[in-house]
Write a protein that binds this ligand. Sequence first.
Ligand SMILES: NC(=O)c1ccc[n+]([C@@H]2O[C@H](COP(=O)([O-])OP(=O)(O)OC[C@H]3O[C@@H](n4cnc5c(N)ncnc54)[C@H](O)[C@@H]3O)[C@@H](O)[C@H]2O)c1
Length: 330
Amino acid sequence: MTVLLTGAAGFIGMHVAEILLARGERVVGIDNLNSYYDPALKHARLKTLEGRNGFTFEELEIADDAAVTGLTERYPDIDRVVHLAAQAGVRYSIDHPGDYVRSNLVGHANMLEFVRGLMDRPAGCRSFVYASSSSVYGANREMPFSTGQKTDSPVSFYGATKKANELLSYSYAHLYRVPSTGLRFFTVYGPWGRPDMSPWLFTSAILEGRPIRVFNNGDMMRDFTYIDDIAKGVVAAMDHPPSGEDGACPHMVYNLGNNTPVKLLDYIRVIEEACGVPAIMDMQPMQPGDVYATYADIDPAAQDLGYAPSTPIGVGIPKFVEWYKRYHGV
Ligand SMILES: NC(=O)c1ccc[n+]([C@@H]2O[C@H](COP(=O)([O-])OP(=O)(O)OC[C@H]3O[C@@H](n4cnc5c(N)ncnc54)[C@H](O)[C@@H]3O)[C@@H](O)[C@H]2O)c1
């Protein structure tokens, strides 16, 4: 049987594909390879996957419903779906809401229709895992963020689309019994990471002697989560779909974070050490859509999925910086 993986050329998607392929799964990866950030990085990630046993890639737009439906005919063996394709980024959503509507709302709805179609087939859909985000917590003050808290007040359009994903998915799980799991990721970092995120932005600026923009004057905390921990969590979620026993809706949402928030300035210090160069800091006020702190309660994910993040930033950041230098030939 086969796993359909959307966003396969993306940061998290690539690492999830690696785990699945290593254990002998067949993976159909799709991605539209858009230019939100340099598509060369997406092609380079794909290069590490292509040619490996069990991997097939198609450039495909998930907002195109006919293209998504067509996958069923070409890959009749798909019985699990890991849906990571989305327009990511909190700040970008302020000026580009249309991209989020297309990928995160229309695209997500198309993926739900796709899994509903699978349910009508003999193999069904054994598991539908999709990416949500810590952004759904918006300006919640109660820490740690737990999935029992209300998430009705997103402070970014990105967060609103991720919350919408959870609601749309719940309704499909309820109506069509699709076993579905939403994962709220907390600031993921590591090798092959995204150029729009702070580990990349800070590392490139520090190595090139440019100032780094430090928001809210550095008074922020983030639950940075290393990519290997996250990718294992995604696969564990795929392997442990909600049972929907006793008529319960087969839909679960989990936090995948690190449960150890780090002060922004401490985190910058770790990057400086890994780069071997001090940072020039340009202190800035808080940005619209940003939140002061993120901190995940991961007990339910630990209990149900065996999720156990084990990489502190002191280990993960040097691995990222080492990869960054190699990738750029520094
Ligand atoms: N990285 C994080 O810290 C983080 C945090 C919270 C949530 N998430 C979510 O996790 C998922 C993966 O994030 P990532 O960091 O790997 O981002 P990413 O941008 O590297 O990967 C997403 C991939 O999806 C593809 N894509 C986007 N729109 C598409 C469309 N309409 N059709 C087909 N492909 C499309 C992109 O080309 C990209 O390769 C996303 O849903 C993101 O919102 C990530």
